[in-house]
Write a protein that binds this ligand. Structure first.
Ligand SMILES: [Zn+2]
Length: 411
């Protein structure tokens, strides 16, 4: 066996490093799952003479990150009864469904997902299985089971807390096994009313307590939150990221920028209900509300970008009509429709999330772990090229996110 058994090269006509687009061809030498060298131009002749295997493509970029999924839910199902039945399945079947979601994401070029909560802790289990490259999953970052106010929304993904003591106890216990602490700060949007009609589940002080307790245990937080009142609390409490964030406003965005609170706007589930009102039985008036909510959301996404708020691309895959993997392309469409450049949308779907999660290699660079997607052609010529992948490489960190040892898979 030669010393180069764990090495290969990729030549791409153009590439995106996670931050910037490069329009010139480049050759990547990968060894033991890391980028040993990046050289300008096509160096294939030289590499072939060294006996290295070579992969060629139109465009190389970091693997996609979906910063908000629920692996145990099947987003492909759009029938309410079927969705309710799905949840009643025995645990083993739900775990199988989560495995299928993970594989489907990987097949779409998603190499890392953040699971935003499930009641059974299936996400933590899949995270464990994903460490074995043979599973064919993306890497999984998991918020396990979240916390919610007793008797309020979120039972499918969170446990109940009542007072300061139970917040401290629950968050400390959950922090042992969860990469981040999910808190359910508000309920869902009342689309018929076109507003968030319930009061936030936690006060500013309680939210701060959740954030501080998580931080003391070395964990960041992500807050399910929509509506002005809840968003003001989330931003001021300094949660790690606001999830959904419908009914955003400039004042809250300014606090988010100053406190480095990231935003995952998750257009997909609302967009699906606007595009397919028959799936839910919405009236024309409600469809109008959905359009207004989406337009308002798009305006605030653009504003957030201009103001310098960190944006993460997350789909809420598993929600009705939001299919694992495929939804990333749809969410990217929403970002671009909102007026963001494709480069900005790709950043949100690659380096921004990796940086937010504290990963060692947020961009493709010399020395970085090779977690990448090779496309037939550049998405800057046609966004649909994002869906035409030739190869997906998932970096496999060890048990610890900062672990330097990586296994590697090439398919
Ligand atoms: Zn969600």
């Amino acid at each position: 066996m030669s010393a180069d058994d764990n090495a290969f090269a990729v030549v791409a006509d153009g590439w995106f490093d996670g931050e910037r687009r490069h329009e010139e061809p480049a050759t990547f030498l990968v060894r033991d799952g890391r980028i040993e060298d990046v050289a300008a131009g096509d160096r294939s002749a030289d590499l072939a003479s060294r006996g290295l295997s070579l992969q060629r493509g139109g465009f190389l970029m970091p693997g996609l990150v979906d910063a908000h999924v629920h692996l145990f839910l099947d987003g492909g199902s759009t029938d309410a009864k079927q969705r309710a039945e799905h949840l009643k399945q025995p645990l083993e079947q739900l775990i199988d469904a989560a495995r299928a979601s993970a594989r489907q994401s990987r097949d779409c070029g998603v190499t890392l997902v953040r699971d935003a909560g499930d009641r059974h802790g299936i996400n933590n289990r899949i995270r464990g299985e994903a460490r074995d490259p043979r599973a064919g999953f993306p890497r999984v970052r998991s918020s396990g089971l979240g916390v919610k106010r007793a008797k309020r929304y979120g039972a499918f993904m969170a446990t109940d807390v009542t007072d300061a003591d139970s917040i401290r106890d629950s968050v400390t216990a959950l922090a042992q096994d969860n990469d981040e602490i999910k808190l359910i700060l508000t309920g869902i949007i009342d689309f018929a009313a076109g507003a968030v009609t319930d009061e936030p589940q936690f006060t500013l002080e309680e939210t701060r307590l959740i954030v501080d307790t998580a931080q003391a245990a070395g964990r960041s937080t992500l807050a399910h939150c929509s509506g002005e009142k809840g968003l003001a609390i989330a931003a001021r409490a300094g949660v790690g990221s606001v999830e959904h964030g419908f009914f955003m406003n400039r004042e809250t965005l300014a606090v988010m920028r100053d406190r480095q609170v990231a935003w995952t706007p998750t257009f997909c589930p609302v967009h699906f209900q606007w595009a397919h009102p028959e799936a839910v039985g919405w009236s024309p008036q409600t469809v109008g509300n959905l359009r207004r909510i989406l337009d308002d959301h798009a305006r605030h996404l653009q504003l957030a970008h201009e103001m310098g708020v960190t944006l993460l691309l997350g789909t809420d895959a598993g929600s009705m009509g939001v299919r694992h993997g495929h939804a990333v392309f749809e969410e990217m469409d929403r970002f671009v429709e909102a007026g963001l450049s494709l480069e900005t949308a790709l950043r949100a779907a690659t380096s921004a999330a990796r940086r937010h999660f504290g990963l060692a290699s947020p961009v493709l660079d010399k020395g970085a772990e090779f977690d990448a997607l090779l496309l037939e052609a550049s998405p800057f010529d046609d966004m649909a090229n994002l869906q035409r992948s030739l190869a997906v490489w998932v970096a496999h960190p060890g048990r610890d996110w900062n672990c330097a040892q990586h296994q590697f898979e090439h398919q």
